[in-house]
Design a protein around this ligand. Structure first.
Ligand SMILES: [Zn+2]
Length: 135
């Protein structure tokens, strides 16, 4: 069987709370051996890290989605930075820019994703790859 990786599944969202074990089992049976759960803010990044610790084959990304960028606080940034030190938190994300929906001001989106567009998330962790949202 071909091994697959799902690089972006928000499994920490409440919709999965009741049947997460069944969802992950179905994914494994379909050949998905790794799933990355991205956060959209500090709270959901923490939940993603908890799932990564709890389940084999589940990994987390920690960051601020562009829609949530206006709510970024120094404390939240520190919390996400600490999560990025955990071995199963493998990426910075979900970060990026969304100038189509513009739910956060451009400056906040750029601040949340890192100011250098060639190295998104580098301000958060130069050791992790970015998981990018772009619209
Ligand atoms: Zn997403």
């Amino acid at each position: 069987m071909i091994e697959l990786a799902d690089s972006h599944a928000h499994l920490q969202e409440p919709q999965f709370a009741a049947d997460l074990d069944a969802v992950l089992l179905a994914a494994r049976r379909a050949g998905v051996t790794a799933v990355v759960v991205p956060g959209v803010d500090a709270t959901t990044s923490q939940r993603a890290a908890v799932l990564a610790e709890r389940y084999e084959g589940v990994f987390a990304a920690a960051g601020f989605h562009p829609h949530e960028a206006a709510r970024l606080t120094p404390a939240g940034l520190q919390q996400v930075g600490r999560l990025l030190d955990q071995p199963k938190v493998v990426a910075v994300g979900e970060i990026g820019l969304d100038f189509y929906r513009m739910r956060s001001p451009r400056e906040d989106q750029e601040r949340a994703g890192g100011r250098d567009p060639r190295r998104p998330g580098a301000d958060l962790s130069p050791r992790r790859f970015p998981s990018r949202h772009r619209r």
